[in-house]
Design a protein around this ligand. Structure first.
Ligand code: FES
Length: 165
């Protein structure tokens, strides 16, 4: 199915294209807009970005699959980004990740209802490792036995990721 951008998104992309001598610097913004408008970056959404910016699909695919903030599949409202980099790993991040996987019944990368689990790189909260972020809500010094309470809080007060563009 061929997707389109809304008139508002098209206007934003056109304005950004005017600011740069080439289209490559606009790819990130266009991907954010495509994800916002179409929920995730399906093959059709990547084709839309490539077509809109007149860039090779391979280039757009390369950018979209490099960054963890882009989703290639539908996700829940709450995207639990569990850091497993060195500081968090040394303080039990894999046990924390396993606790969420067990509570939700899905492995990292999977979605269960309103939750998606993502294994994340450093969240710049190393002093309080292990760290998790969901939207703008940070959970610090997390232990596996807190998984249930964190999920309950997010069920009561969902934390969708904010707009970037
Ligand atoms: S290593 Fe986890 S927040 Fe930095």
């Amino acid at each position: 199915m061929s997707l389109e951008f809304s008139a508002e998104a098209t206007k934003k992309i056109e304005a950004l294209c005017e600011r740069y001598p080439t289209r490559q610097p606009v790819v990130l913004a266009a991907l954010h807009l495509a994800q916002k408008e179409h929920g995730h970056l399906s093959d059709d959404a990547l084709a839309l970005v490539a077509r809109t910016l007149d860039l090779p699909l391979a280039h757009v695919y390369g950018v979209a699959t490099f960054y963890t903030m882009f989703r290639r599949a539908p996700a829940g409202t709450n995207i639990l980004r569990v850091c497993t980099n060195i500081s968090c790993m040394l303080r039990g991040a894999y046990d924390v990740l396993a606790a969420f996987e067990q509570k939700l019944g899905v492995k990292k990368g999977g979605t269960a209802g309103a939750f998606t689990i993502v294994e994340e790189e450093c969240l710049a909260a190393c002093a309080n490792a292990p760290a998790i972020v969901c939207g703008t809500r940070y959970f610090l010094d997390v232990t596996p036995d807190q998984a249930g309470a964190i999920l309950e809080e997010l069920r009561r007060e969902p934390r969708p990721e904010g707009e970037v563009v």
